[in-house]
Design a protein around this ligand. Structure first.
Ligand code: NAD
Length: 391
């Protein structure tokens, strides 16, 4: 059995979702992974690390991620750091022989993501990119039915990730609003999910026919102290410009001929934190909104001119739903449970000694290639071909 203490590096907004994902799976895997347990939370902010350790039952805290990678008991690492640290820490974790799951975006650009992919191929451990939205049972069911040809050849797809978090100009400046540390703004923060879902459901993207970026809140005040996630904190009197997009929209051309409309917005007033999918094929159409996470809708072309949409509610027949604590027809589903499904797949791959293929490092690279092309199309105001590195 693999020696498997767990570390979560980064105790900010998303670190706790990883802790939850492990917590609900530890007992399920305890007979397959030796001494599987929450061992270390690492964060440069000691208070945050201590608070997360206490909330979730980690044994210890660390301030420096290098100490985590030096710990021989730690076999499994979640990387939940700001975007600009993903590449350095993921490469180091792979070199240290750890199983590693890195938050999206895998890297700030496709060249760096390609380096991580090369290192992951050379490593003997399991590695993955966090693409949690693939595991929403309704989304995974849509992927399955498209694959089975149930809505025919794909004609057009709309994938939108809209969030309101940056609509408030009184939120502090942070790494998220700096191109150097975050990369593109809404495009990388939210668009990474939308691009991955688009690929997952509709296949490879060949071309960005056009893209538009907008910055709507151009300046933000620095926090007076530490800040995490999208929290309000006391602001200092010093401000910094926002130099990455608040909104990015693009037109996509998929390899299979389907056309796509993409939107990522972090200033989407009224939208909360919403993923919207609408796909039309020659024989039907599907739609999904994360605001109604436990269902999707499908219309099957019936020649009437008004083919109706029918609701398909969550049920144990849908992918992943059997892992729910209440696997029963019509029972709702939450954001954190989906993290549980993802960590389940990650631990299962580790226990089997097999690569993780759903949300792999290669998937992270492919998303980066599309995101780079969208950014380039916006920067140049020109159609841009997506450059696919060899797998
Ligand atoms: N999968 C999802 O749905 C999802 C949702 C939110 C965020 N994310 C991703 O998760 C990552 C983290 O986002 P977040 O919202 O949690 O950010 P955050 O700013 O809330 O947290 C980041 C944490 O990293 C710590 N940190 C920074 N540099 C460090 C270092 N050198 N060593 C140790 N700790 C350090 C900070 O103190 C902070 O607590 C981002 O890449 C983001 O894109 C993913």
């Amino acid at each position: 059995m693999t020696q498997s203490a767990i570390a979560v590096i980064g105790a900010g907004m998303i670190g706790a979702a990883h802790a939850f994902g492990y917590k609900v799976n530890i007992d399920r895997f305890s007979s397959r992974l030796d001494r599987l347990r929450l061992k270390t939370v690492c964060d440069g902010n000691g208070e945050l690390a201590a608070s997360m350790a206490a909330s979730w039952g980690f044994e210890t805290v660390a301030a420096d991620w290098k100490d985590v990678l030096d710990d021989p008991e730690i076999g499994i690492v979640s990387i939940c750091l700001p975007n600009f640290l993903h590449a350095e820490v993921t490469l180091a974790a792979l070199a240290a022989g750890k199983h590693v799951i890195c938050e999206k975006p895998l890297a700030l650009d496709a060249t760096t993501a390609g380096n991580i992919y090369a290192a992951s191929k050379a490593a003997s451990t399991v590695s993955a990119t966090v693409f949690n939205y693939r595991r929403i049972p309704a989304v995974a069911a849509i992927q399955r039915l498209i694959g089975n040809g149930e809505i025919g050849d794909l004609v057009n797809a709309l994938v939108q990730y809209e969030s309101e978090y940056a609509a408030d100009p009184d939120l502090p400046h942070s790494w998220r609003y700096e191109r150097d540390r975050a990369g593109p703004g809404a495009l990388l923060d939210l668009g990474t999910h939308a691009v991955d879902v688009a690929r997952f459901l509709c296949g490879e993207v060949e071309e960005i026919a056009g893209a538009i970026a907008t910055i709507s809140v151009k300046q933000r005040f620095l926090p007076a102290g530490a800040s995490i996630g999208h929290n309000h904190v006391e602001l200092s009197t010093e401000s910094r410009p926002v130099d990455n997009d608040d909104v990015m929209s693009a037109l996509l051309r998929f390899r299979n001929g389907c056309q796509g409309t993409f939107l990522a917005s972090r200033v989407a007033v009224g939208m909360g934190n919403s993923l919207t999918i609408a796909i039309t094929g020659t024989k039907g159409a599907v739609r999904y909104s994360s605001r109604l996470p436990a269902q999707y809708e499908i219309a099957r072309f019936d020649g009437s001119g008004q083919s109706p949409f029918a609701i398909v509610a969550n049920s144990p027949a849908l992918p992943f739903a059997r892992l729910l604590p209440v696997p029963h027809d019509g029972v709702a589903i939450g954001y954190a449970e989906v993290f549980g499904f993802m960590i389940h797949e990650f631990l299962d791959a580790i226990a089997k000694g097999e690569p993780m293929t759903n949300g792999s490092i290669l998937d992270g690279l492919r998303a980066s290639e599309i995101l780079d092309a969208i950014q380039q199309a916006a920067d140049t105001n020109q159609p841009t071909t997506v450059k696919h590195a060899a797998a």
